[in-house]
Design a binder for this molecule. Sequence first.
Ligand code: SF4
Length: 385
Amino acid sequence: GQCITHCPVGALGARDDTEKVWNAIEDEEKIVVAQVAPAVRAAWGESLGLAKEEATVGKILDALKKMGVDYVFDTTFSADLTIMEEASEFIERFTSGELKERPMFTSCCPGWIRFAKSQFPHLVKYLSSAKSPQQMFGAVMKTYFAEKLDVSPEKIYTVSVMPCVAKKGESEMELFYQEYAGRDIDTVITTRELTQMIRAAHINPATLQDIESDRPMQDGSGAGVIFGATGGVMEAALRTAYYLLKGENPDADAFKVVRSPGFQENHGVMEAEFKIDNIRVRTAVVSGLGNTRALLEKIERGEVQYDFVEVMACPGGCVGGGGQPIHDGEELAFERGKNLYDLDQKSEIRFSHENQDIARMYEEYFEKPMSHKAHMLLHTEHKVR
Ligand code: SF4
């Protein structure tokens, strides 16, 4: 395609996994279950001639169903699950004194994980063990959801639609628990591959309806939506960490200072310090790998100290991913990020711990964050090869 000619790593751009999805759809033995990341909605409509307001995630879900996918979900649901686990993990590691020397780092961006493993291997042990929303959703689909459908995990074929080529590699991660079929995610397709499939199926975008995602993994909070923008994971995690520590909600916008004002400012780093009761939490948010390297070197030299750091490889976060390994237009990424913050502002639920479908799943299945079952299915161990 056109992207490949602009792509500095042509090999990545050339990988096409749409055939695998078509084969799974045709296979009568398989139940195909798909998830769509929030950031995808920002870009998919552009090439199909849909205006921004028309290109909703609900229409992507409709398109997937029209192509023959059996169940469709919004990754916002599992972003809330990631926050529940990651906020709990942070509190556990922070209060145990484990983070005295170095901060805990977020781990939902595979571009950053790869960079950390190759460039800063001694920091790998400080990565959060929580899987990304994509991986957690796959694990939930093959266990909790398979039980709901009363089918064996082997029958479930998981597909995710991501704004990110690096997510294809993430789906190959090692799992603690191997009892369910193979991998969390069977195939990852990018936004660009999704639009290819819509075209190949001769679906007229103008006929798509705004449909809801399936049950029982339907709810998503505003905190889950902002995952797609730089600062979003940190803000969402702090909202829930506050609740876990104090037993009451903070103002939903109490931590908004971690939202990055723009890539150029302060070398893409947003620092903030919060007091929750007597606990002082020092945070930093960074996007873009050049900025990340500079920040990590400062941490290594002891010039700055933090407890919790969010890193996204793409400038501006996943909204800047766009399903392509090149990012032309950082400003656009920040514009798209603002859209996600607007959606959060308008959300009925602003806290991951108030997502009722998540609460029910803990009650029925995982018991509580960081339980043994949660550890086996929702966490991983990052290792330096
Ligand atoms: Fe992928 Fe970029 Fe998002 Fe990282 S920041 S998960 S590389 S789109």
